[in-house]
Design a protein around this ligand. Sequence first.
Ligand SMILES: [Zn+2]
Length: 322
Amino acid sequence: MNLWCYSCLKGFKETWIQVWSFRSSALLRGLPLCFALALFDAKVEGSVRFGRWLLATAPGALDRYDTAYNRWACALLHSPPWRSAAIAHMELGWGLCGRHRALLDVAGRRARLWMLPKGDMYGEVFIKSHAVPLSWARRSLTLLEEHDIPDYPDAEGCGSVQSYLVLVRSLLSSAASATFWSSCSGHLVPFPFSLLSSGPSPLPAALLSVSLPWEALMGHRALCRLRAGTLDLAHANGKKSQAKVRCCIFCNKKTWAPYIHVLGECHISRSPELRDAGELFSPRERALVLLNALPHELLFPAVARVALAIERRSKQFWDQAG
Ligand SMILES: [Zn+2]
């Protein structure tokens, strides 16, 4: 059983990474992020979820799920795989890591088995096989215990599988949130991430319910990338550099803080529609206002267009720089 699980998981992961690598590079690159996420949920998550309750108990499976979702989160955000997967998760609005998605499936499967009527053969085998150390029933219970998730019969106040799953999701979200914030604590560019986010972003879901121009939808990903600090906006002698003082790639002005310069005062972020966001604020304050724009705010379409222009001109600059 263990060998079977391991083989399945290995083949499963490699297959989906290949499939997703193709989709992310070829099909999804030209889609707004909110549409790409909807497609991911339907095509990738829908397929990976199949059998996850079983595969999760294989040795090393939870780490592999984490690795896969970290990689997918960075790919969806067009970030290099070595950039922060925690920030990518939060910008995508994902409240669970790969392992937490698997644990939720395990808990749900166990709850449904506990709910089988007395005398049901499948249910009886499930209950009795807890005495067998290598059985799925025992291993899945151990997984829940290791992550402080109560099994369905032990969950107080849960009168149905649905209410139990709400409780489990809440516990797993809290655990994931602690992991995310711990990982983001060192993130300082363009701002400490706590100034930009209070948790998984509501933007991807919100953008599906508002009417915005296509360019504004496309600019959403660029705005996320600016918030995550994954664009190179300054150069030193035409090359990427970690020097403290560099030059803006758009106006060549020397700056200590390229993001604040570009978003706060550079001509690339000036727009007639953003006049209200610029006159009363310092460059730092203006940059913060732009990065925290929400879809229902009047300035969001203009902010998204500016973000898209910055992303495209940045790519153009570095392509020409070689
Ligand atoms: Zn500039």
